[in-house]
Design a protein around this ligand. Sequence first.
Ligand SMILES: C[S@@+](CC[C@H](N)C(=O)[O-])C[C@H]1O[C@@H](n2cnc3c(N)ncnc32)[C@H](O)[C@@H]1O
Length: 262
Amino acid sequence: MPKKLKTMVDISMDVYKDFAYLYYAGPYVYSENMAKFLPRILNKFETKPQTLLDVACGDGRFSVMMAQQGMAVTGVDASKQMLHFAKERARKANVDIDFVCQEMQHLSTKKKYDLVTCWFDSLNYLLTKSELLKTFRTISKHLNGDGLFIFDMNTIYSLSIRWRERNLWIEVDTNTIFEAHHGYEYNPRKKIATLKITGFVKRGKLWRRIVEVHRERGYTLSEIREGLKKAGLRDLACWGNIRRMTRPTRKSGRFWFVTQHK
Ligand SMILES: C[S@@+](CC[C@H](N)C(=O)[O-])C[C@H]1O[C@@H](n2cnc3c(N)ncnc32)[C@H](O)[C@@H]1O
């Protein structure tokens, strides 16, 4: 059994509450793919991190995979419901991970790490440049001297064009779970996309309805770089395609950044 599974601070968020169950049970395996790409990235930058801070760790998929590979892992997320499933996953995998319930803008684990990650749109949940900067600054403080901070972000192109093409989208449709994404709106001035998630989960003979409204903000490459610079970070790499490790284009759906202290 894991020795310690703890939650430090209890905070409230209006998303990833009941939806956490759908996330855990659903097809959200993006971070598993990131775990597969990570060795190539680490080889490219000739580093072998021993400690990991997984920011917005969600239901712990990536954190657990890294702990299984021998890293000492701390997972941080603002949703106590997501962390509930992260702990469940760690318990089943018999790995010891520190899970901390904190907002990434106010992150404080009082430790430094060789590697910090933040996967799968999590930074897009920060809806202002100042929140993004605050987050980059706190992450920078948690990074060891030559440590790497690797993250991805949804692009403005993805939020304004690709998301619109997916309205209405059935994400899951099984005998026990139904999940649809709909009600898409995009505010070009604020660069914020809004999406409604409606789900149904079968418990016994009854279906329970889950509704959450998710908002993500897109940032330009120069806004991201400006934030990184102010936080004392520089990008070692910026890709629009992680498989090929190629530069972003106008139609990239996602940016991946590998960053380090200046
Ligand atoms: C799309 S999920 C990604 C989870 C995980 N990284 C993965 O790849 O599966 C986004 C996560 O960001 C978390 N999140 C959103 N805003 C946050 C904030 N301000 N501070 C910490 N976590 C946040 C949510 O609770 C959720 O777990």
